[in-house]
Design a protein. Structure first.
Ligand SMILES: [Zn+2]
Length: 319
């Protein structure tokens, strides 16, 4: 299979400016920017087998336990807050939620406790053994293989999934079809227009090439959803879960050439890369010193409308 040069998914333009190359394992990936709309992307896109090799068990963590216990605990708090935030935007008390890229189903599990119907899609077979699959109506597979009836879903969520999709328009079309009138789409993505993205360039933690194929901004999100009859209702620029860590790990990448190894240690996985012990110790010692400045920076960039990751609330406008 070949690496495919593709046009911009927003305007079908082929005129792109090369920004930089990212080396990962034995490959080099080019990050380019569309000269017409400004969308950044990996182009050419690697063939599926190479891309899939970057989603091995190393990515999801050992036995699908993604993080060490303290971080797991913080993650649980954050999921409960996500559910509260979405509920506060709902006029209806009950409905149906679809989580695309639902991983272990934690978000759906929490929304089900509010008596909502749930459905989930997860492409990775890593989660096949999840005991809640049936109860939460999670299907392991691709969107195209599923048959969720037209206009039956009230809330569609994509938590750090949209930037991974090789054909975002295909997903937007399907979401549009399934979404009930007045439905809500909530997606989170790294913000390529954030201060941390600009400061750290190719060392930026949330760049995550080649898993992140597109690098969105509020403006390019607005452009890609508009032709599908969607409109941005609101954007949140601060995430305690993601944004301060973006500063911390990007700093380690820049200064210690850490290449996200500390993140691997937090995920409780054994990196396949060379010895990391001393580098991890240095990162662990620096973390308590740097965590407060990282939170402050993440907060300030968010106040200025340039958050490291963004949560976008999208409403269904067209018929
Ligand atoms: Zn474009």
């Amino acid at each position: 299979m070949n690496w495919t040069v593709h046009t911009c998914p927003i305007d079908d333009n082929l005129d792109m400016r090369a920004e930089f190359l990212v080396r990962s394992r034995q490959y080099e990936f080019a990050v380019v920017r569309c000269k017409r709309c400004g969308l950044r992307m990996v182009n050419p896109q690697p063939p599926a087998d190479i891309l899939n090799s970057f989603y091995d068990t190393e990515y999801y963590g050992k036995q699908a336990v993604k993080f060490i216990p303290l971080i797991q605990y913080l993650r649980r708090l954050s999921i409960k807050k996500k559910v509260r935030d979405i509920m506060s935007r709902q006029k209806r008390e009950f409905g149906k939620a679809l989580d695309i890229g639902c991983a272990d189903g934690s978000f759906l599990f929490n929304i089900k406790q509010r008596q909502w119907d749930t459905a989930g899609l997860e492409i990775s077979p890593t989660f096949q053994k999840n005991s809640h699959l049936e109860e939460l109506n999670i299907i392991i597979g691709d969107l195209a293989d599923q048959h969720i009836p037209d206009q039956t879903v009230d809330v569609v969520t994509l938590w750090h999934v949209f930037e991974h999709l090789d054909d975002p328009n295909r997903y937007l079309r399907e979401i549009k079809r399934m979404l009930a009138p007045g439905g809500l789409v909530v997606l989170t993505v790294p913000n390529s227009d954030s201060w941390q993205a600009k400061l750290f360039g190719q060392d930026w933690f949330h760049l995550d090439v080649p898993r992140h194929l597109y690098h969105y901004t509020p403006s390019t999100i607005a452009k890609i959803i508009a032709p599908h009859g969607f409109q941005i209702e609101g954007i949140e620029h601060f995430s305690l879960e993601y944004n301060p860590y973006g500063y911390l790990q990007s700093f380690f990448n820049r200064v210690l050439r850490d290449d996200n190894r500390f993140y691997d240690a937090l995920k409780n996985i054994r990196s396949i890369r060379p010895t990391t012990f001393w580098r991890n110790i240095i990162c662990a010692l620096l973390t308590p010193i740097l965590v407060i400045p990282a939170i402050i920076m993440a907060w300030i960039e968010a106040q200025m409308g340039h958050g490291g990751t963004i949560r976008v609330y999208i409403k269904n406008t067209g018929s």
